[in-house]
Each structure stands twice: as C-alpha cells, then as structure tokens.
Ligand binder design. Structure first.
Ligand code: ADP
Length: 540
C-alpha cells in the first residue's frame, strides 16, 4: 500500500481540494484511487464535518473496497468504514467513510436532496459511464452551486477524458496521477477461434508450461463460461506431469461469487505457484489483481442492452471497445513487462472495435431515471434539459416518458402521478414497482413480492444446470455456484420460493434442489424489505 502511486500526490491532492469545490483525478487502474483518496481526505480532517461518500458503479467493488479500507485502518467493517448497496446497508451513525453504489446515492438524495450528511462526494470509476453516475454528475453540479463552500466533489477515472469533465464543471482542475505501467507486448491470433473456452485453455496452458512465473488473467464473458474454463483448466493442470512446471491455483472471479471467494484473489500466492484468474470484465478496471503478467483477452463482454422497439432488456455478448482492450492489456504490466494474448486478429481490433464504449445513458431505457428526476420535484430541473455530460437522444427520453405514461406514473402533461410517487419509493425498476402496487390492489401482493424478490437476486440463485451430485465434481463446498441459463417463468420462481418456505427455510433443501443457500437467504431478505416498504405505502 505504501508505494501506491496516488500517495506520492497526497499534498498536491489536499492542496487542490482545499482550494476548489470540484477536482477531477485521472489515474491508472490500481493507482489507489478507490482505496486511498477517502483515507487521504480523512487524514486531513474532511470527516470532521461530515461523512465521505465514495460511489462505485458495481456492488462488488463497493463491498470489496470498503472491506480493504477497514482492514487498512484496522477498524471493524460496518462501523467507521461501511458500505451500502441495494438491499444491504452496513453502516451506522459512527460511519465516516462510506462506500456506496451510485444507485444508492441517487435514492438517498430522494429523502435528502441536499445530501448534507456528506462533506465530500467522490464519484469513483467515472470512466464506466454508468447511467447513475452520469445522473449524479448533473446532480452534484447543481449541489455544488447551492451548497456552502465546505462541500467537495471529486471525480475519478482511469481513462475518462479529463478535459471534458473539467469543462462540464466550469473548468475545474484535473490532476493526473501517473501510474508506473511496464510495456506490454501484444500478440494477436491469426483468426477468431471457434471456441473461446478451448482457445483460452490452450493459450493459458502454453504460458504455464513455457513462460516464466507470473499470474495469468483470462477475460471471459460470464459465469457460465468462467466455470467451464475453470473446470477444463483444473483437468489440464492435473494431467501435466508432476514437477514439470510450478504449482497452479485457479480462481474464478465474477460479481455473483460470495465476497469471501472474491477477496481470495487479493492474497499473495504461495511461492513457486502460478495463479490463473478467470474473470468477467470486473477485473478490467473495478478490481485490481496484483501479480498479473499475462492477459488473455477474448475480446468480448456481456452487456445489458435495451431494445426500444420491444421495450425489453436482454443480456448480450458484444465486442469490447479499443479502450477496453487496452485496459485489459494494461493489467499485464503492473508488476513488470507483460504479455497480452488477444484472441482476435489485429484487423478486427483496428477495423471492427469501436474507439470507446458507448455510455450506458445512450443505450438503455431511461424510464427509471426520468421517474427519479421527476420525483425529486426540483423546480429548476427540466428533464428534457437536464444537464448531462452526454445527453441521451430525444427519442430515448420520449420513449421513457411514453413508458411511464403507459404504467400511469405520469399524466398526459408529463406530471408525476400519485402512483408514480409511490413507485419511486420502491428501489426497483418502474415496471416491477408498478407490478407490486397493482398486486397490492388486487390481493396477490404476497406472490408478487416473491417473484420480484427472486428477480432482484439475479444470478446469485440461478438453478443449477446439472444435478447437485454432478455439480460436486469441482469443489466440495457449496460456493461452487450453480449456473444455468433459461429461467422458467415467473410462476416457477414463485414455486421455488414457496417450496423452500414450506421447509421453514431449510438450507439442505436448497442444496438438494441445486439452489444457492446464500442467494435464497438474500431473496428472503429482499422480500422482507420490500414487504416493509409496501406496508408503509399502504398505511401512508
Ligand atoms: P484504483 O481505484 O486506482 O483502481 P485501488 O485503490 O482499487 O486502485 O487499488 C489499489 C491497490 O489495492 C491494488 O493493488 C489492489 O490490488 C489493492 N486492493 C483493492 N481492493 C482490495 C481488497 N479488497 N483486498 C486487498 N487488496 C485490495
């Protein structure tokens, strides 16, 4: 920690923050922005007048970084240092440094529009350009104008165009924290492979057998492929003659892993041992794994897309952008010169990849965000003229208004309705909030709560593809997440939960039926929280 690049800039950072309300900090991934900035400001007294909030676009990053900072400060997690993610608040009135997802901060501003518990708001990982961070950029710009001068905003990013953000904030200073990146040799495949799993396997084993020590980071698109590759790697490594190469440890890394399995990648490996980390793009900029010297890049990422003509979301595997490809390659050069094996030809990188990732605001449904902005009730905010870093198209704003009108959240003049206000009390997508309100009227709230809670738990509870006994093949703890595509329909979700409910929440039932105990317990908790909100709404 002592040699993280950002710490050499401590004086400069504090001096600049002292003199300015808004500061942009650009630093290579792993330079220490997420873990150190909050501590630097804490050391210089910024937690005396309020809490330091640090937003993260991903839940896993909020939890993992809070954990790390608590460890560094040697305090229990959830007290001086805590985190808040949707449906899970680990903070107390004692908390001074609070990591939270950008979505949770947006919700907090509904009940406290001035966000005056916070002396500092750090919008971290702004390069991810999540929809919520983009909206927060507009909101904090307004807050800086109306809150007294002791309120500070920091915007950090690994790759973002600092000048553009600086212009957005009336020419605020941009600090660059140069990271020490070693050269990375880029090797391209001649053609795209037929199977990414097999091709990654071959390249990884070649590296393991031929190349000097150094960990291997492999970018796959999702949990399913990660698990397949992990199991293929385990087989292959076992079959290599003993003593012919160093030992190997293979770790999966994705957002649905239990936190204790996610943090395993942060502990240094035993000597003479090579680690294989098979990850989604959370290792691209969100989580930094030290010791990586070789990167294998499939060139793909899984992204939630929205189709305005059908009004439906889908999870699609799409090509990454050049910026992402270069971030991935950069992961190999943090400890010494490294190598990046791109499983695609140079021509594909050069001609097919977009230069930069399209910000979420330009590719998603804005219904939730528009409803949020309407429920803020701020006289000086006009949705169609909201101050965005990159404005969404007028079509997508109109599409959002149409959707909201369709579900009675706004009236024909675009004003928020009583139902719309009730919907904004629920931390859910508008369509799910509307479902609960309607279910409450028609007498099937209990069932609707279950389905919505099951949908909100996403991948942490997916039914196993295989029978539990077959699943045992890999690890013998239950942390080997079951994995399956193709949910049944909502009725099936309801039946699963109700069957578990009838066993009085028996963990053995989950195991026997290929469900994650942790995921099901989470669903039960989400259901309880949503039920409480609905009770309040019914009374109110
Ligand atoms: P940045 O935000 O600039 O990408 P971070 O502050 O996230 O940088 O990371 C700085 C260092 O802290 C990295 O070496 C990373 O491996 C380490 N680190 C981050 N989170 C954890 C954690 N939960 N446990 C252990 N080490 C961590």
């Amino acid at each position: 920690m002592a040699n993280l690049p950002i710490l050499q800039f401590e004086e400069k950072i504090v001096e600049t923050v002292e003199k300015n309300s808004v500061v942009v900090i650009i630093g290579e991934t792993g330079s220490g922005k997420s873990t150190q900035l909050s501590q630097i400001l804490h050391r210089h007294g910024y937690t005396k007048s309020g809490v330091i909030a640090i937003t993260q676009p991903r839940r896993v990053a909020a939890v993992s970084v809070a954990r790390r900072v608590a460890q560094e400060l040697d305090v229990p997690l959830g007290e001086d240092v805590g985190y808040a993610i949707r449906f899970e608040d680990r903070t107390t009135s004692k908390t001074r440094i609070k990591y939270l997802t950008d979505g949770v901060l947006l919700r907090e501003s509904l009940s406290n529009p001035m966000l005056d518990d916070y002396s500092v708001i750090i919008l971290d990982e702004a390069h991810e350009r999540s929809l919520n961070t983009d909206i927060l950029l507009g909101l904090v710009k307004r807050l800086v104008r109306i809150r007294a001068s002791n309120f500070k905003v920091l915007i950090t990013s690994a790759t973002l165009d600092g000048e553009k953000v600086s212009e957005f904030f009336s020419g605020c200073p941009v600090l660059n924290v140069p990271g020490k990146l070693y050269p990375v040799e880029i090797l391209y495949s001649k053609e795209r492979p037929v199977s990414y799993i097999e091709s990654s396997l071959k390249v990884a084993i070649d590296i393991h057998v031929r190349e000097p020590e150094g960990d291997i980071l492999i970018f796959m698109t999702g949990q399913d492929d990660i698990e397949k590759l992990v199991s293929r790697l385990e087989e292959k490594v076992r079959s290599l003659a003993e003593g012919s190469c160093m030992d190997a440890i293979i770790y999966p890394l994705h957002g649905s892993l239990p936190p204790e399995m996610q943090v395993r990648v942060f502990s240094p490996p035993p000597p003479n041992c090579r680690r294989f980390i098979v990850s989604t793009n959370i290792a691209e900029t969100s989580l930094t794994v030290d010791g990586v010297v070789y990167v294998i890049d499939s060139g793909y990422v899984k992204q939630r897309q929205y189709n305005p003509s059908s009004g439906m979301f889908s999870l699609d595997v799409i090509q990454i952008s050049k910026v992402q490809a270069n971030q991935r390659a950069g992961r190999a050069g943090r400890t010494r010169p490294g190598k990046c094996y791109r499983l695609y030809p140079l021509a594909v990188y050069r001609d097919d990849f977009l230069d930069a990732t399209i910000p979420e605001i330009q590719r998603t449904s804005l219904a939730g965000s528009v409803l949020y902005l309407k429920s803020l009730d701020l006289p000086d905010i006009d949705i169609l003229k909201f101050d965005f870093l990159d404005a969404p198209s007028s079509e997508s704003l109109e599409d959002a208004l149409k959707q909201l009108y369709f579900i009675d959240a706004i009236d024909e003049n675009g004003a928020i309705t009583r139902i719309g206000r009730t919907m904004s009390d629920l931390p859910l997508e508008p369509s799910l909030s509307r479902t609960l309100i309607e279910a409450n009227e028609t007498g099937c709230l209990s069932q609707a709560l279950t389905v919505v809670a099951m949908l909100s738990a996403e991948t942490t509870l997916l039914p196993a593809r295989s029978k539990p006994s077959e699943k045992k093949r890999k690890h013998d703890d239950d942390s080997n997440l079951p994995n399956g595509s193709g949910y049944g329909d909502h009725i099936q979700l309801l039946q699963i939960f109700e069957s578990w409910d009838r066993t009085n929440y028996d963990p053995v039932w989950c195991k026997e039926n290929g469900m994650q105990v942790r995921g099901m317990v989470f669903v039960k908790d989400v259901r309880r929280q949503l039920c409480q909100i609905m009770q309040k709404i019914s009374k109110g």
